[in-house]
Design a protein around this ligand. Structure first.
Ligand SMILES: [Fe+2]
Length: 144
């Protein structure tokens, strides 16, 4: 599993590199998200401290690394990280991972867990649709 995680980390950095070369403004934003993703992957340390099952540690690490993989295409296409003004980056992230077969060597459970984390980490989206509880959603949580 360590080898697989290392391979996916390498893929991630190569994928990100493809979005560079469009000037300092784009580069600063792309690098910022790249660093953010690597930091999120390091948060797997919390999982260890909280007693996460050993087999889930690499899955959590990859979920952290890949949770914002949709951000790069989002910024390249729209020059914004605001989903409401562009595209849902969680959904786009799943599309990217499927397009490149990034998780194809993982077992189905691990792959499903990571895709679910990527898809829903930004849930609820920045819309005003009601959430499952039936309570009205407010983007800042006021009144809930
Ligand atoms: Fe995100």
């Amino acid at each position: 599993m360590d080898r697989l995680v290392a391979d996916i980390c390498r893929w991630f950095d190569l994928y990100v590199e493809a979005f560079l070369g469009h000037g300092p403004y784009v580069e600063a934003n792309i690098r910022c998200k790249q660093v953010h993703c690597h930091r999120a992957a390091l948060m797997v340390r919390l999982g260890r401290q909280l007693g996460l099952e050993v087999g889930l540690i690499p899955v959590a690490r990859l979920a952290g690394l890949l949770h914002d993989v949709g951000r790069f295409e989002q910024f390249a296409s729209y020059r914004t990280f605001m989903d409401a003004h562009s595209i849902n980056h969680g959904r786009l992230g799943v599309e990217v991972l499927r397009r490149y077969g990034v998780l194809s060597r993982l077992d189905r459970h691990a792959s499903h867990t990571i895709l679910t984390a990527v898809r829903y980490h930004n849930w609820p989206p920045d819309t005003h649709r009601p959430i499952r509880t039936g309570l009205p959603y407010h983007p800042y949580g006021q009144g809930l």
